[in-house]
Design a binder for this molecule. Structure first.
Ligand code: M6R
Length: 607
């Protein structure tokens, strides 16, 4: 949700900032802008970073701040694009987050004679710093601290002052900030991906922290200026992980990576002969986990649907009552927790504001918090007591694909881990472990059949509406399939538990409203066939996702896509892959940029 990038060193900043913004563009892409030291104005443009790049050619400074925006307050326009400045064009700021008290601050500052150039909440920060500078003898650092203390809401900011070229201030409250440490140069970003091009050594800021940076070094402190020592860490990812590698879109590249993603999630974590999962991130809380009687899973979007699959796995195989909650709902509800409950946050980015807020609330109540997170060093990974990393590598496409698959794989490992702590037999544990090992090859088989999926997708590319149905383990996958289609192709799509059809949705079915039915040969197969028949009886067209070898399903449906057989609890790990490809092929046939769907951003760090 908005990407910020800043640089200070000896090189020309503009080029570095443009490259950094390009990498961060997946966080927001409705407008972008740059300010570099020595300039009297910022360059800004509506649309993608490309639109700023030409204008930035004239910027010569060796330090600067940059921003790619996902609008919250004020429509996407040049005047609302960051960087923002004060009345004197001296203070320059980029901001990711939401300043909740901006209206009051803006009123007060207007009364003091400030005039505003944009409709954004962010601009108040520049004017607030300017106002404090009047009272604090033009001390930029002290004024920045004072201004940030007045802000309520969330921020990750990078700040500069015209009279201090080479100095960049950054601070965070709720929106991520990472500082890259180069040799005689420093980088500040909303996430590590643009920093990877320059250095792997980074420090992550925590909420309430403030850093003063120049090419000579950096200091971290609280807003009250109490010094903080932080040992740098090393980014695990490589530069190739954040490149398209010859694929037209990140979304397709990331789907194709899925066999390896499963392998990375399970590598070194299975003891096949004993039917056990070894999860290093849970070692320290192993005993505590053995006493847990109830689990609450929290996530948003695809992560939430992964959580629903996790609930079914955990209840069936570990015997632990599990609830799944949407982050934005849970955070404002009365949470009924006790000391025998643990909360698990699932998040690819590890920065989703609603998921994080729910976890923090649970933490305040003394509940054990766990994370299933992909981005190493992210806030949720650091805030939770223990957890399991996905090791899926960076996911750049806004639509979650490989991260979703790895979340399901980790949930299966987690089920094995908790199940074997309880009543799961070694034989059952071994069965799950062995089957997990076979999944990468099975996903590979689905991927090899992608031309057929493309052909079927093209038959339906002009459809206005789509229904996705599934049962039991594949009912959350129906929701996920619908989410994938709507977010990349803008086709109206709904997911439903197939048994619910007769309670309402069946009314929508006619020749123009097709259904994607997930119908593997499992314990609810016959029920699915009945649901498919109900749709066919209303002239609805049906695409079925069926188990290899199931020839009878052809009699019931219009098109069939096959997937290999696996354990019922693991079938979502296979069934979601054709659904992702189907959405990809429909969206690209309709000419959309699937990596950057309109109105969306990758990391939702605002409410
Ligand atoms: O980074 P997270 O996993 O916490 O993100 C959660 C959702 O924002 C994310 O899954 C979103 O729904 C995707 N666009 C779905 O493809």
């Amino acid at each position: 949700m908005c990407g910020i990038f800043a640089y200070t060193g000896e090189k020309r900043a503009a080029g570095i900032l443009i490259d950094g913004l390009r990498v961060l563009e997946y966080r927001g892409y409705d407008s972008a802008g740059i300010y570099t030291a020595g300039s009297s104005a910022a360059v800004r443009a509506v649309g993608t970073v490309r639109n700023v790049a030409d204008k930035a050619a004239r910027l010569t400074g060796t330090s600067g701040i940059a921003h790619t925006r996902w609008a919250t307050h004020g429509a996407p326009s040049e005047k609302n694009a960051h960087p923002h400045t004060d009345c004197n064009k001296s203070v320059w700021i980029v901001h990711n987050g939401i300043i909740e008290n901006y209206k009051k601050l803006r009123e007060r500052l207007t009364e003091h004679g400030h005039s505003f150039a944009s409709e954004t909440d962010s601009e108040v920060l520049a004017h607030l710093i300017e106002e404090h500078m009047k009272a604090l003898g033009n001390d930029f650092e002290a004024s920045a601290r004072a201004a940030l203390k007045e802000i309520t809401g969330t921020y990750g900011v990078a700040l500069m002052h015209k009279s201090l070229p080479g100095t960049v201030i950054t601070a965070r409250m709720g929106s991520p900030i990472v500082i890259g440490i180069g040799s005689g140069e420093y980088f500040i970003a909303s996430d590590p991906t643009p920093i990877l091009h320059h250095t792997k050594d980074v420090v992550y800021l925590n909420d309430g922290e403030f850093a003063l940076i120049s090419k000579k070094g950096y200091t971290i402190s609280t807003l009250d200026n109490a010094a903080i020592e932080r040992i740098p860490s090393t980014i695990e990812w490589n530069i190739d992980d954040v490149k398209k590698g010859g694929f037209e879109h990140f979304m397709l590249k990331e789907i194709i990576e899925e066999p390896e993603v499963i392998l990375n999630a399970i590598r070194g974590r299975l003891v096949i002969e004993e039917g056990l999962a070894q999860l290093g991130g849970l070692r320290e809380v192993e005993d505590k986990l053995a006493g847990i009687k109830r689990l609450v899973i929290v996530g948003c979007g695809s992560a939430y649907y992964a959580g629903v699959v996790g609930k079914y796995m955990l209840e069936e195989y570990a015997g632990i009552p599990t609830e799944v909650e949407i982050g934005s709902e849970l955070r404002y509800r009365k949470m009924l927790f006790d000391e025998e409950t643990a909360i698990i946050g699932i998040s690819q980015s590890g920065e989703t504001a609603d998921t994080l807020a729910a976890i923090k609330e649970a933490q305040r109540k003394g509940v054990m918090t766990l994370g299933i997170v992909n981005a190493v060093g992210s806030t949720i990974a650091r805030e939770t007591e223990a957890g399991v990393y996905n090791h899926a590598g960076p996911e750049i496409g806004v639509a979650s694909t490989k991260a979703f698959l790895s979340q399901l794989s980790v949930l299966a490992l987690f089920t094995l881990f908790l199940g074997r702590q309880r009543d799961m037999s070694p034989v059952m544990g071994k069965r799950i472990a062995e089957e997990l090992l076979l999944l990468p090859g099975k996903v590979e088989r689905i991927l090899n059949d992608r031309e057929r999926i493309r052909t079927i997708a093209h038959k339906y590319e002009q459809t206005r509406d789509f229904l996705y149905i599934g049962r039991k383990y594949n009912s959350p996958i129906a929701y996920e399939g619908a989410l994938k289609l709507k977010e990349v192709s803008y086709i109206h799509a709904e997911g439903y538990g197939a048994g619910e059809m007769k309670h309402g949705p069946l009314a929508m079915i006619d020749e123009a409203f097709p259904t994607f039915a997930i119908a593997p040969k499992d314990s609810v197969y016959e029920k699915m066939i009945s649901n498919i028949e109900e749709i066919k009886a209303r002239k609805g067209r049906v695409i079925a996702l069926a188990t290899e070898g199931d020839m009878t399903i052809n009699e019931h449906v219009d098109d069939v896509i096959y997937m290999p057989k696996t354990l019922e609890m693991l079938s979502p790990i296979l069934s979601v892959v054709p659904l992702q490809l189907f959405a990809y092929y429909i969206a690209t046939a309709r000419g959309f940029n699937v990596d950057r769907p309109r109105n969306l951003a990758k990391s939702v760090t605002v409410e």
